[in-house]
Design a protein around this ligand. Structure first.
Ligand code: PLP
Length: 365
């Protein structure tokens, strides 16, 4: 008799067990209002200028690297470009952590890919929850550094929206000196530019900074991110990166986004987004369904509802797609909302007000 061979039995054990990252796109939904992936609401308009698609692209396109170095105030040797910041998260694990021996550390609730990537590479994870005020638990981190080669800190943090205290960041960098890399994920730093840590690179050889064009640069579909670090760390990462990580059209558009005009446009976008955030926060605070609107330094806000499940599902059914955070530690009844255009913010407020408006319910009866 022919027994059916289960191909899964060939897969590595950690991959069989792995729960993949549920990106906003994978979660699906039938949306008219997409407020679940911290994207910019409108696509910027770029034209392709590079037509040599018969040739492989440069591994590290010189114009992109030079322009990002200028933007960040660093030398080109301190910059690596990759397929989004997500690729950089993986490259760091591959360079610094030996499966079965080394560990990585992060502080939940935070961005989900640190854990998923560690799991995929078979690297032990040390999860040190943040304190009630969402700041780092320095004592617990200090007590758990054994075998840790890589620490991810997200600041401002996704999904909570708060900045990590710079004094605490420095303390971690000191604790980890000569033993571990500290990767500060600054995916949202353009929304609070005064907090960027690039100047610290001269004092902390173990500091790595992750950046992206997906958020304030409005180019999530481009898949382009950056790593800022010492020239030595960048050289190590270049050993493991794919031969052609950036498609020619991606490099072409990234270079345009990083011109002076591109950067000015990005800053105007941030100003408009911040206005909309303040408006949305103020309106949500008036709603009977809202318990807490947390402060934010980003293009999204975390909101605690009296009944988050009801809000999430009702809005989902109307095509308004938010990000459910209720399963994250300490985030009961919390939903994350991306700041859209003013019109989108108004549509959201109207929909939430309708949910809590008793006269509407009476009419329906
Ligand atoms: C904190 C954080 N880091 C990294 C990323 C991934 O960025 P990229 O689109 O450049 O891969 C995201 C995307 O949502 C994020 O929120």
């Amino acid at each position: 008799m022919n027994t059916v061979f289960d191909i899964n039995s060939l897969a590595r054990e950690n991959i069989r067990k792995l729960v993949p990252y549920m990106s906003a796109r994978r979660l699906g939904g039938n949306g008219t209002l997409w407020l679940n992936a911290n994207e910019y609401p409108v696509s910027p308009d770029f034209q392709l200028t590079e037509n040599s698609l018969n040739r492989y692209p440069e591994c590290q396109p010189a114009a992109v690297i030079q322009r990002y170095a200028n933007y960040a105030g660093l030398q080109p040797e301190q910059v690596l470009v990759s397929r989004g910041a997500d690729e950089s998260i993986e490259l760091l694990l591959r360079v610094f952590c030996e499966p079965g021996r080394d560990a990585m550390l992060f502080c939940p609730p935070t961005y989900g890919m640190y854990s998923v990537s560690a799991e995929a590479f078979g690297i032990e994870q040390k999860k040190i929850p943040v304190k009630a005020d969402w700041q780092l638990d320095l004592a617990a981190i200090e007590n758990n550094l054994e075998r840790v080669k890589l620490i991810y800190i997200c600041s401002p943090n996704n999904p909570t929206g708060n900045l990590v205290d710079p004094a605490a960041l420095r303390k971690i960098l000191d604790l980890a000196r000569n033993r571990a890399i500290v990767a500060i994920d600054e995916a949202y730093i353009e929304f609070c530019p005064q907090q960027d840590t690039t100047r610290w690179l001269q004092n902390y050889p173990n500091l790595v900074i992750l950046r992206t064009l997906s958020k304030a640069f409005a180019l999530a579909g481009l898949r382009c991110g950056f790593t800022l670090a010492s020239a030595d760390i960048i050289k190590l990462m270049l050993k493991v990166i794919a031969p052609y990580p950036l498609a020619t059209p991606v490099a072409d558009i990234a270079a345009q986004a990083l011109t002076e005009t591109g950067i000015r446009t990005m800053r105007a976008r941030v100003a408009e987004n911040t206005d909309n955030r303040l408006y949305l926060q103020q309106e949500l605070r008036k709603s009977a369904l809202v318990e807490t609107v947390y402060p934010s330094e980003t293009n999204y806000i975390l909101v605690k509802f009296t009944d988050a499940e009801k809000v999430f599902k009702s809005l989902w059914d109307q095509g308004i797609i938010l990000r459910d955070q209720r399963k994250q530690p300490g985030l009961e009844n919390c939903l994350r909302i991306t700041i859209g255009s003013r019109d989108e913010c108004e549509q959201l407020i109207n929909a939430i007000n309708e949910l809590s408006n008793p006269s509407q319910q009476i009419k329906e009866i």
